[in-house]
Design a protein around this ligand. Structure first.
Ligand code: FES
Ligand SMILES: [Fe+2]
Length: 376
């Protein structure tokens, strides 16, 4: 546990809470609304996304040998499996013969995958098992099987890199600071509690924007979560392409104001969105995690599926009532407030009513995120 880092976050939050923010070093700026509609930019962002690990599902959702899960990541259909030796694999869900989708079910268990079009079959690791009427093809198989994707379990999540040509290690992509923080937060021992997919009529970046500024808290969330947080205390740290937002609850600020520094439990009173660019947000919630995996539409920049998953500590998962209540609160707040606001902005952009967005000095991380979404 990197305790000095936890205390340093507490020190900086306390200074901010007591003294207010230092004079802004960033200027007011504007961004063109086209960044949320331009199909060329969208294609470039999807391409960037396909070369990085994407949070596909919780590792605890795929524990049984022979289990599989299908999903769409960076616009590509993917099958994720656990083989009989316990290893995870991911491959493109597109038949090596003439490209049909091999597995249509969202999840289940299988010994082999059999394509419904002409009956070719594949093993759990995607390798070709059999070709029907094989004499019609050359003696040496014309393919070794489904396209393999880099796939790794880390921090309680199965990560898949959707482009077969890329194989970035998750730890390298996270960088040492975020990798260590996720260990300190115990992410690796969190298990799946609940999840929902939201099909939203907005660009994926309008959904990440909400994690990168506190400005909206006391307005958009005035009737829900705003009363639990001081409205002037929020830090953003940068780590390589990624962002960490530190948002303390009011009770944490009270605790660390009144108690000796050695007793501080900073992470225990904190909401901390870890915005991994592009498209994944691991939001630490003072003891459990909300995972936002953003799945942009393959061609339409104004549509996104947001998969929201709640992960809870394995040793406390039996407290089902507590987590159910928590999940109900999340589902009542985020879609009705953050997602609704993002869709509202997108509608006004689509109609031509909005061509430029004004970005205050306190929202500058949105501009940095736009740059990183292309350059990551
Ligand atoms: S497309 Fe799958 S067997 Fe023909
Ligand atoms: Fe919000």
């Amino acid at each position: 546990m990197n305790r000095s880092r936890e205390l340093n976050v507490g020190d900086r939050l306390l200074a901010l809470f007591n003294d207010g923010p230092p004079p802004a070093t960033n200027q007011h700026s504007t961004i063109s609304a086209s960044v949320y509609t331009d199909p060329t930019r969208h294609a470039a962002e999807l391409s960037a996304m396909s070369h990085h690990p994407v949070a596909a599902l919780a590792a605890s959702q795929l524990t049984e040998p022979g289990s599989f899960h299908t999903t769409e990541l960076a616009g590509r259909n993917v099958i994720i499996t656990r083989d009989n030796d316990g290893h995870v694999h991911a491959m493109l869900n597109a038949c090596a013969h003439r490209g049909a989708t091999v597995e249509h079910r969202p999840s289940g268990s299988a010994r082999v995958f059999s394509c419904g079009f002409h009956g070719w079959s594949y093993d759990l690791d995607g390798s070709l098992r059999s070709i029907t009427d094989a004499s019609l093809f050359s003696a040496t198989p014309c393919t070794t099987g489904l396209h393999q994707l880099a796939c790794e379990e880390r921090h309680g999540i199965i990560w898949v890199t959707p482009d077969p040509a890329s194989s970035t290690r998750v730890a390298d992509w996270l960088g040492p600071d975020i990798d260590e923080l996720l260990v300190d937060l115990g992410a690796g021992s969190m298990v799946h509690h609940a999840e929902t997919d939201y099909d939203l009529a907005c660009n994926w970046k309008l959904l990440t924007d909400g994690f990168l500024e506190l400005y909206h808290l006391k307005y958009l969330h005035r009737n829900s979560i705003a009363p639990y947080f001081p409205s002037n205390t929020f830090l953003i740290d940068r780590h390589e392409h990624h962002f960490i937002g530190w948002l303390p609850k009011s009770r944490l600020m009270r605790d660390i104001s009144e108690n000796p520094r050695d007793d501080w439990q900073v992470y225990g009173g904190m909401t901390a969105p870890i915005v991994l660019v592009p498209g994944t947000v691991i939001q630490w919630q003072a003891g459990h995690i909300e995972l936002f995996s953003l799945r942009p539409h393959p061609t339409d920049p104004t549509r996104t599926t947001a998969r929201l998953t709640m992960l809870v500590p394995e040793d406390r998962q039996h407290d089902k009532e507590l987590w159910d209540r928590n999940w109900e609160r999340v589902c009542a707040t985020i879609p009705a407030e953050d997602f609704a606001a993002a869709e509202e902005v997108q509608r006004n952009i689509n109609s031509g009513a909005v061509t430029e967005l004004q970005i205050g000095a306190n929202e500058h991380a949105l501009v940095d995120h736009l740059t990183e979404a292309l350059n990551c």
